[in-house]
Ligand binder design. Sequence first.
Ligand SMILES: Cc1cc2nc3c(=O)[nH]c(=O)nc-3n(C[C@H](O)[C@H](O)[C@H](O)COP(=O)(O)OP(=O)(O)OC[C@H]3O[C@@H](n4cnc5c(N)ncnc54)[C@H](O)[C@@H]3O)c2cc1C
Length: 496
Amino acid sequence: MNPLTAVVIGAGAGGLTAAAHLARRGMHVTVVEKNEVAGGRCARVVREGHTFDVGPTLYVMPKVFDHEFRALGESVNERLALQRVDPTYHLVFDDGQRLELTSDRDRMRTQLEAMEPGSFAGFERYYRQGGRHYDLAMEHIVGRNFRTLAEFINPASLRVFLQVGALTRHYAGMRSFFRTPHLKAAFTFQDMYMGLSPFEAPATFSMMQYTELAHGVWFPQGGMYTVVQALQAIAVHSGVQLQFGTPVERILTREGRATGVALADGRELPADIVVANADLPYVYRELLPQDGTARRLERRQYSCSTISFLWATDRPYPQLPAHLLFLSDDYRANFDELQRDRTIASNPSVYFHAPTRLDGALAPRGHDTLVGIVPVGHIDEAHPQNWDDLKARARDGLLQRLARVGVTDLDAHLKFEMCFTPPDWKDRFNLVRGATHGLSHRLMQMGYFRPHNRHARYRNLYFAGASTHPGTGLPTARISGRLVAERIAEDTGRGA
Ligand SMILES: Cc1cc2nc3c(=O)[nH]c(=O)nc-3n(C[C@H](O)[C@H](O)[C@H](O)COP(=O)(O)OP(=O)(O)OC[C@H]3O[C@@H](n4cnc5c(N)ncnc54)[C@H](O)[C@@H]3O)c2cc1C
């Protein structure tokens, strides 16, 4: 039998993972990437001795990374030099109260009891619940393909949905554990990573708080981009060919099958299998013949976006820890304004990342490398969105928060600044609406209800990445790459 040929559109985490798995199953795999480097949203900027991770800054769900490296016959510790970040986050509230999220139980007890007497017991119950949610969700929902509705919804799975709190709203459920809004916010804000407000997210996502504290938040030496470098090295070692600066213009189709891709430079690459790692709604809208699916996807709910600043300074700011989060008292309004008005919240929660606290080599000695992120609504023509104004508001908001922790001279020490807004996310990575996390993870967009990883008509066209199952995040993009390779192997009978 001749080996099958596969073309993968996009060298994001999902695309590289899928490509490596397919090559290891004996296929001839070519990855075509529009940008000059791999990684997609997990991008990096290196300039004047400063190294910035533009997208992911948190290496979360380490067990998933372990599993996914093993699935490729690799060891994570041979590929990445990981260190645990503990406390994971330093939280600062509007009234000046602070909370360090840590796996040190005694330190947690002292801090929680000072904020709300009796709350440590609630924390322990919440942690146990998160552990149950994590184990059940990983086994029954996240780590597997759903080909039919009956595989997703059946008496056994309904029991699992109830057990993982799929029908309870996350924030509403917090009243069983904590009274103060500060603590309810401290243990739900991670829902933002799923592109969701905790006021609509299922309580299932307490699994994220659990894994961060139980399994840790980690950081690879050299920064998050080293994950991409490891994946690229594994793909190349597996025999994958990578072509950069090669945008795909169209997926070629004939008689109900994908036959390859047409490139912007006029070439055509024929293939037995096409895997699209580019943002799924973009692929339906821009690369495929129109059959109404793109319009239906338009009506789905998209995650919010970010305005992210990269700052290189000629002095260090040791008062900024690795992960610093200012949680606004207007917690609910924050999410409402993002989703309803598609803007920046009036009093936004904001995040800072100072990677040199974890790896001094990411800035020249005595200088600093900082990232500041403000959530913002995704691009929406139905709302007036002036990106220059929103960018200025985001910057002001970040500087005001920095002043609260004693950083008042950032502008005076700025060597250079870069900024990414939703239109930048859209242009650089072809993300529909500039939504940084793709389609959101509300209940009706999860599992079988998320766009499937195989096209309904072109049955040799597959999808890997954040907007298909299981969803957004670096570890989950990797799962999606493996799941799609498993599905292709089953469908083709090659290497299953
Ligand atoms: C600001 C930000 C912060 C984040 N923080 C975290 C975090 O802390 N932890 C975490 O785990 N995750 C985080 N994420 C999410 C994570 O980055 C993504 O979920 C993950 O990287 C998505 O990978 P992917 O493979 O789905 O797609 P992508 O990274 O989008 O890769 C798709 C690739 O396809 C390419 N492409 C698009 N169109 C074409 C075309 N026509 N032809 C050829 N190539 C094309 C793109 O250039 C891109 O390289 C963050 C994301 C952002 C933006």
